[in-house]
Design a protein around this ligand. Structure first.
Ligand SMILES: [Zn+2]
Length: 318
């Protein structure tokens, strides 16, 4: 099955190139559309899209605003490891075993049938996992890091190679530019929400025990993957930062997490689809995905689900 599918994808790609002629933008557009249509986890397609993007200097950002497609990550109940999301070509790049997962946004869950993969108490405990900062990183010496700490009380750490029973990471460092980008996001957040987060570590290869590559880990300190947010990555810095910070909100606002679960996941079952497929995993990921969407485009969130929008506005965004 997989081989046949792959062959048909390659044929589609090749034929689309011939039909399009030589205009680089059109080629990119067609490839993106083919990739969207296929909706399967095909690392090869992402590579082709990236290759063309690089060659033609086109960032191919057309799809970035809409779809956060997610590989199914076996979300363990102990720590909030986040599935890698591919926002560029609707193709899951990492886990080939997840290739039967479709990439639509929040449309694949059946209300009343989709069961949460974790109980709300497990989600809260997972978000409350804390690791001594010196085990996972060292404080960045950049001036921008000091400014972030002064202004927001958030420690910016360069990662250390690290492993616990669920995940591992290899070391990476923040650049000045990344911290400036991070600070610009923090500046736009309401202070109550922002103050739940105390530390952020930049790592390179985050992995879970099954070989999946999470974009981030939502404990304290939060860890994010430079591969996920860097060139050729699969998620924007703002989506990742706000998503992970929502887990720290959950860690410190257990009652709000319980209320969200009771409202949108009674008896651990989804009432209405979340804003993304990954949000349909469990109430914690649902909230994190919706808060990230609210940050980026509140109106889109309101239109998708006025009740989740109101909950965020009244109980989280303050
Ligand atoms: Zn998450």
């Amino acid at each position: 099955m997989k081989k046949l599918r792959r062959l048909s994808v390659i044929l589609l790609l090749v034929s689309s190139l011939f039909m399009t002629g030589c205009d680089a933008t059109q080629i990119l557009d067609v490839i993106s559309k083919v990739a969207q249509g296929v909706q399967q986890a095909m690392p090869a397609i992402q590579n082709v899209v990236n290759t063309f993007s690089n060659i033609f200097g086109n960032n191919n950002n057309n799809n970035n605003n809409n779809n956060n497609n997610t590989a199914v990550n076996n979300t363990n109940t102990q720590q909030t490891a986040d599935a890698n999301t591919n926002a560029q070509a609707n193709v899951v790049t990492i886990d080939p075993n997840a290739e039967d997962v479709t990439g639509n946004t929040g449309q694949n869950a059946n209300a009343g049938q989709t069961q949460s993969t974790a109980s709300v108490e497990e989600i809260i405990r997972g978000a409350q996992i804390s690791t001594p900062y010196d085990q996972v990183g060292t404080e960045s010496t950049l001036a921008e890091a000091a400014a972030v700490k002064n202004r927001y009380g958030i420690t910016v750490l360069d990662g250390k190679s690290w492993r616990d029973q669920w995940n591992s990471a290899t070391a990476d460092k923040w650049t000045s530019q990344q911290i400036a980008q991070f600070a610009a996001i923090l500046e736009k957040l309401p202070s109550g929400f922002r103050s739940c987060t105390k530390g952020f570590v930049m790592q390179k290869d985050l992995r879970d025990n099954d070989g999946n590559e999470p974009s981030g880990l939502g404990g304290n300190p939060i860890m994010i993957s430079s591969k996920a947010v860097g060139a050729g990555g699969w998620i924007s810095m703002e989506d990742l930062v706000v998503h992970e910070m929502t887990h720290q909100f959950q860690a410190k606002n257990a009652d709000a997490m319980r209320q969200w679960a009771a409202k949108f996941w009674p008896n651990d079952r989804l009432v209405r689809p979340s804003i993304s497929d990954y949000g349909n995993t469990d109430p914690g990921e649902d909230m994190a995905e919706c808060v990230a969407a609210y940050f980026k485009n509140p109106e889109r969130m309101r239109q998708h689900d006025p009740e989740r929008y109101e909950f965020i506005r009244q109980n989280i965004w303050k």
